[in-house]
Design a protein around this ligand. Structure first.
Ligand SMILES: [Zn+2]
Length: 420
């Protein structure tokens, strides 16, 4: 078909308006992700109180969009025990290792400073291990270069029972992917995790300076706000804002996809409601949780200290890692809610939002879990495809596509219109 000139003008105008609208909202989402994942937020962990910097930022944004606290404060404080790593300097055979690229310090590690021989057993047996002292040797548990089945089998139980405390430190050489965590306890020794392709299996000596600080009863906070609707029950949108923090001055975990993306999407949703000037039919609550990475602690605390009856929740969407999407959208726990999942699929089909929607079964892998456990209808959305950075120093704003935020928001808004 050939376009007539007048049609071209109309179409261009339409495209221009459409583009400007989209660009505006994506710009705001992008700004939020950029801020939350910047070094000034320290990886939104518990070194340098990154969690508090992030929580304050979120409250300021929610205030801008007219979302009100439920009760006296936007903050819901709770206490956690948390182990933090405040320093990490490691050399192998005199060569300095790069934190985040060559190795990570396991989150439950404790402090150690000194020079040690490496104990890399080709064959391992518990009996021979205890026949001599290993207090001057760092134990190398290497599943890549030495595939000793006995060692692999024994390692987890040795580690759990603290028998590994017979050595000053442990090096784990695992697959090529380094994945950081948060831990609420400290071991008696540090554990260094090396990427398989970065580890020299002939190395003999390590110089190590790792410091931890275990903080019992650290006060962190959830951020809760809402927009009042006409009917006193709630659509709830949750996302965790915490991430893996930083290791001293040496490295931080930006967490752009995990989960600055979810927080920024919720803030964008709040902004769109504010700018629409409309009152929603139902209340809309925004819950931004802390300490998800340490074991869903913020949402667990909320569910046992809810700010309104959990029975008033009509439906809950948890957004965690929604900054990609070329391969589609996943709905964790969707199989538990057939009616809601059918609606999600039909909205998606009608509006061509995602190339693929996968309705999955339940899993305790994000903040929807404790709500579901208490009988609240809840699903967890994440997007698929694009960069695969996960729990590492590379999950940055610069490489996050954020290309499906508009589609997610449209899906959520249409769901609220149509769900009964
Ligand atoms: Zn995570």
């Amino acid at each position: 078909m050939k376009l007539m000139p007048i049609k071209i003008i109309i179409l261009s105008l339409f495209l221009l308006v459409f583009k400007v609208d989209n660009a505006q909202d994506t710009t705001y989402t992008r700004q939020c992700v950029a801020q939350l994942s910047s070094e000034a937020f320290h990886g939104r962990g518990f070194v340098k109180k990154g969690d508090k910097i992030a929580a304050n930022f979120i409250v300021n944004e929610l205030k801008k969009w007219g979302a009100k606290p439920i009760g006296a404060s936007y903050f819901q404080n709770f206490n956690i025990d948390i182990n933090t790593i405040t320093k990490a300097k490691v050399s192998i055979d005199g060569k300095a290792q790069v934190l985040g690229e060559d190795y990570l310090v396991y989150a439950a590690s404790s402090s150690l400073k000194g020079k040690y021989q490496l104990y890399q057993p080709v064959k391992f047996s518990v009996k021979s291990f205890f026949e001599k002292s290993h207090n001057k040797e760092v134990f190398v548990f290497d599943t890549i270069h030495y595939k000793s089945p006995d060692l692999i089998e024994k390692y987890e139980s040795l580690n759990k029972t603290g028998m590994m405390g017979k050595v000053p430190a442990i090096i784990e050489v695992r697959s090529s992917r380094l994945i950081q965590t948060q831990r609420t306890y400290e071991l008696k020794y540090p554990v260094l995790q090396f990427a398989g392709d970065r580890w020299d299996s002939t190395a003999t000596e390590i110089t190590i300076d790792v410091k931890n600080k275990f903080i019992p009863n650290y006060t962190t906070q959830n951020v809760i706000a809402y927009i009042e609707g006409e009917i006193d029950s709630f659509y709830v949108f949750t996302a965790h804002y915490d991430h893996l923090g930083r290791v001293g001055q040496d490295a931080y975990f930006p967490g752009a996809n995990d989960n600055a993306s979810g927080v920024a999407t919720i803030l964008t949703l709040a902004k769109m409601w504010a700018e629409s000037g409309k009152k929603p039919k139902y209340n809309i609550a925004f819950m931004l949780f802390s300490a998800e990475e340490a074991g869903l602690l913020g949402s667990e605390y909320y569910v046992s200290h809810p700010l309104f009856s959990l029975e008033k929740i009509k439906f809950l969407f948890n957004l965690d890692m929604v900054g990609t999407g070329v391969e589609g959208l996943s709905v964790v726990n969707g199989k538990e809610h057939a009616k809601a999942s059918e609606l999600i699929e039909s909205i998606n089909a009608k509006d061509s939002l995602f190339s693929d929607v996968r309705i999955g079964k339940g899993s305790a892998n994000s903040d929807h879990y404790y709500f579901h456990d208490k009988g609240v209808p809840a699903v967890f959305l994440f997007t698929r495809g694009g960069p695969q950075f996960y729990h590492d120093i590379f999950d940055k704003n610069a490489t996050l596509p954020l290309n499906k935020v508009q589609e997610i928001i449209r899906l959520l808004n249409l769901f609220m219109e149509d769900y009964e």
